[in-house]
Design a binder for this molecule. Structure first.
Ligand code: COA
Length: 324
């Protein structure tokens, strides 16, 4: 027998307020045409003033739990991937734990910026494979609107707020039928690229929250290379070719990065889940939001082989291959 993590429910939450490109034109020197052409983004959701990252996470978490038919008391692990926690401490995950009514187990945050959900999923999967956890809730939640420099047109047009979640459940299966659930995860980081994408503040760096700073062109160049590499790595590790994959669920940073990665892999664009046009880049929330959308609208079906991938500040990057 072998133990695997099955995804038994997906959840999503997007704040009500939608900010269109046209609205941004009133704030910075930009245009709807520039944003659409260079990024594919047409709008983004922005959290209300009284909505914190934990509030978004709770909504997505509740959605995933109810679709999985699992109560919060049954959870023995809760991980929140976020780069925009409510507070310096305690973790956003412990706040979410309390709001969901999860009384046992452990809750903690993971910080890998836009790759955060993949890092959190890999962590939960390893806890399940090792036998220490049976049921886990993994959430990616962000309020990037709070760390944007709204006077910097290079960055403020690119991001949005939101949260996505999955429930993982341990399943023991004979080796012969073990091709179900999370099949592999691969994580990478290279801290030498810190200066290309970072926030210029934090508790130990000037005691301000700070603003996101990015060398967009350089990040773009590394993203296409690293994402193609990490997809290749997942396929090779599982003896697969792109033809075996039904759906690619990439981090949603820029439509041109999605297209570049798909082209490099010779992967058909109509099998790539795209939400960047409506959500913009929601960092750690982007992959679970895209996954939830495609599962809930029926595109991703039970038995489909789905490849999740992301890259973010650090740099960090990684993949997860899942048989749904
Ligand atoms: N509106 C209008 N013009 C803008 C603009 C905006 N919102 N933002 C930048 N520009 C201008 C620049 O100032 C520059 O003008 P200049 O040539 O007079 O200096 C010009 O547009 C081109 O800028 P450039 O940075 O070369 O554009 P680009 O084609 O590289 O696109 C990004 C910029 C940010 C969209 C793109 O580099 C990108 O998506 N990078 C990756 C970002 C990312 O994925 N980050 C998160 C990773 S997790």
């Amino acid at each position: 027998m072998i133990r695997r993590s099955l995804i038994v429910g997906c959840g999503a939450y997007l704040p009500e307020r939608i900010v269109t490109n046209e609205e941004l034109v009133t704030r910075v020197d930009t245009s709807d045409e520039w944003i659409r052409e260079r990024t594919g983004i047409t709008q983004r959701h922005i959290a209300a003033d009284d909505q914190k990252t934990s509030d978004l996470a709770v909504m997505a978490g509740r959605d995933a739990l109810s679709r999985a038919g699992i109560s919060a008391e049954q959870l023995d692990l809760l991980i929140v991937a976020t780069a925009t926690p409510d507070n310096t401490f305690p973790s956003t995950a412990t706040k979410v734990q309390a709001q969901l009514g999860m009384t046992g187990g452990a809750a903690f945050d993971i910080q890998a910026v836009c790759s955060g959900f993949i890092f959190a999923l890999a962590t939960a999967d390893n806890f399940i494979r090792s036998g220490t956890v049976k049921t886990a809730l993994v959430i990616g939640a962000e309020t990037f609107s709070r760390i944007l420099d709204w006077n910097d047109r290079n960055t403020c047009v690119l991001f949005g707020d939101g949260a996505g979640a999955v429930v993982l459940k341990a399943a023991d299966m004979p080796n012969s039928t073990a091709e179900l659930g999370v099949l592999s995860t691969h994580l990478h980081s290279d801290g030498r690229y810190h200066d290309l994408l970072y926030v210029d503040g934090g508790p130990s760096s000037g005691q301000t929250v700070g603003h996101l700073r990015m060398e967009g062109k350089e990040v773009f160049r590394h993203a296409v290379v690293n994402l193609a590499k990490v997809v290749d790595e997942a396929l090779t590790a599982n003896n697969l070719t792109p033809k075996d994959i039904q759906w690619l669920v990439p981090h949603q940073a820029n439509r041109r990065i999605l297209e570049g990665t798909a082209r490099k892999l010779n992967f058909p664009l109509d099998q790539v889940v795209v939400t960047v046009d409506r959500h913009a880049n929601t960092s750690a929330a982007s992959v679970p939001l895209a996954l939830a959308e495609a599962v809930h609208d029926g595109r991703i079906k039970q038995g489909d082989l789905v490849l999740l991938e992301a890259m973010g500040g650090g740099f960090t990057w990684g993949s997860a291959l899942v048989r749904m």
